[in-house]
Structure formats: structure tokens, C-alpha cells
Design a protein around this ligand. Structure first.
Ligand code: CTP
Ligand code: CA
Length: 225
């Protein structure tokens, strides 16, 4: 088969990748965010480009830069912006990988002025953001769709539910159980679960190596038919 023997097995394939956190504005100077560094998504993007893929990387706020200059980076801030950027490109891609830690809720109203400190207690009404991956799963045609799952209980069962609900081909389950894994760490301990519920636990390894494992799944999808 085509370029499998060469070093560019993903040549001719277009891949959409989301990375990083999203920031949901509270007022002009404050936001709701999370500790995602964006490293996992950037590592996947770099590796995919090295394998010959044409990559669109939709990134929330992060200090990472794409190493491979062929990568088209779209910088966004909020879940709403990430949603829009993804939908602009999804039709034209062969693969989409949702590695972003998208905020689940955003302030219902964004204050125009900086909110002044006054009462002893204070609350902000939140509403759900759009689930980007769910929306892509609902419209997918031939795209190979990969999601992540971060669970702290009933990990496998919850991940399987996400595969079904979001119409995924593969989910990358992140274990926070393991000391070396997760947010702000260079390593990840993941378990792959595919849409036939085949479970494959992987060793704790660098995020670069996890990226290679994920892209090997993508390569298998295109060549093992
Ligand atoms: N995701 C997304 N848009 C959102 C929320 C999540 O695209 N608004 C994607 C993430 O990028 C990830 C997958 O959905 O690939 C699962 O995210 P996760 O936070 O584990 O699950 P949720 O569906 O948000 O459910 P919960 O947080 O309640 O577990
Ligand atoms: Ca979530």
C-alpha cells in the first residue's frame, strides 16, 4: 500500500486537531479556564505533520508553538470560537482528533465592566458550552473521529458511553490515577478503546510517544482494510 514503507504514511491525509484549554470570559479581565497545557494536542499535530499529514490545529490559549511550519494553527480563546473554527474545517478533513480540554460551562452573561468587589459572597450563573466533539460526531461522514476522555471513576464504562454518545471511532482514556500522568506533566497513561469496545491499556510514556501511538491507530485505519 501507498507510502507505508516510505516515511510519510499520512501523505495526502488532512487532520483536524484541537488542543489546549478554553477561556470563558467573566468580565474584561477574568475568565474560567483549566490547567491544560496544550502539549498533548501540539505533540499530535507535530507528529502528524512529520508523517506527511496536512494539519489544521485549533488551539486554545497556550505557550506552545507548532514545530512543523506546515501546520496551519488557528488560535482561539473560547469554546464558541473553537467550535466555529472546527466546523469551518471538518468537512474537508479525513481525521479529527479532539485533544482540547474544552470548558463545559461559561458565564451566562459577560460583564461589560470589571466586576467590583462588594458583597461577602458572590456567584456567577453558568450555562453549558457547545460540545464540539459531539457536534462533529453528529455530522461526520467518512471522517475517522478520535476523542479523549478524562475520568476519575468508572473510567472504562464512562469512556464507552462517550464513544457511543459522540459517535467516535476511538477514544483515548486518560488516567489521572497514575502519578506521572495528566495536566502539566510530560507523560500520559492512556487506554485506547475503539468503537467495538476493544480495550488496549498502554504504558506510562512521554506525550510524544502517546502521540505516535495515536497516529499509528490512524495509519492502521487507512491501511488495514
Ligand atoms: N469536548 C468538546 N467540547 C466540549 C467538551 C468536550 O469537544 N464542550 C471533547 C474533548 O475535547 C474530549 C471529549 O469531548 O475529546 C471528552 O471530554 P471530557 O471532558 O472527558 O467529557 P465531557 O463530554 O465534557 O463530559 P464530562 O466532562 O462530564 O465527563
Ligand atoms: Ca468536560
Amino acid at each position: 500500500e501507498a507510502d507505508l514503507e516510505s516515511k510519510l504514511p499520512l501523505k495526502g491525509k488532512k487532520i483536524l486537531i484541537t488542543a489546549g484549554p478554553t477561556y470563558e470570559a467573566i468580565d474584561p479581565v477574568r475568565f474560567i479556564g483549566n490547567h491544560s497545557s496544550g502539549k498533548m494536542g501540539f505533540d499530535i499535530a507535530n507528529e502528524a505533520a512529520n508523517l506527511g499529514a496536512s494539519v489544521v490545529l485549533v488551539a486554545g490559549p497556550t505557550h506552545f508553538k507548532a514545530k512543523n511550519s506546515s501546520i496551519e494553527v488557528i488560535n482561539v480563546v473560547s469554546a464558541e470560537e473553537m467550535y466555529a473554527a472546527c466546523h469551518l474545517h471538518f468537512d474537508a478533513v479525513d481525521v479529527a482528533i479532539a485533544a482540547a480540554a474544552v470548558a463545559d460551562y461559561k458565564p451566562k452573561v459577560v460583564a461589560v465592566q470589571k466586576i467590583k468587589k462588594a458583597p461577602e459572597t458572590f456567584s456567577i450563573e453558568l450555562e453549558k458550552t457547545k460540545d464540539i466533539l459531539l457536534s462533529l460526531g453528529a455530522i461526520k461522514k467518512n471522517q475517522f473521529l478520535i476523542g479523549f476522555a478524562l475520568e476519575t471513576e468508572n473510567e472504562i464504562e464512562n469512556a464507552k458511553l462517550k464513544i457511543q454518545k459522540k459517535n467516535l471511532d476511538l477514544i483515548v482514556l486518560n488516567s489521572l490515577q497514575d502519578e506521572g500522568a495528566g495536566f502539566q506533566k510530560p507523560t500520559n497513561k492512556v487506554t485506547f478503546i475503539d468503537n467495538s469496545f476493544q480495550i488496549e491499556p498502554m504504558e506510562l510514556k512521554s506525550k510524544e510517544s502517546v502521540a505516535v501511538d495515536i497516529l499509528n491507530k490512524v495509519i492502521s485505519h487507512f491501511y488495514e482494510k
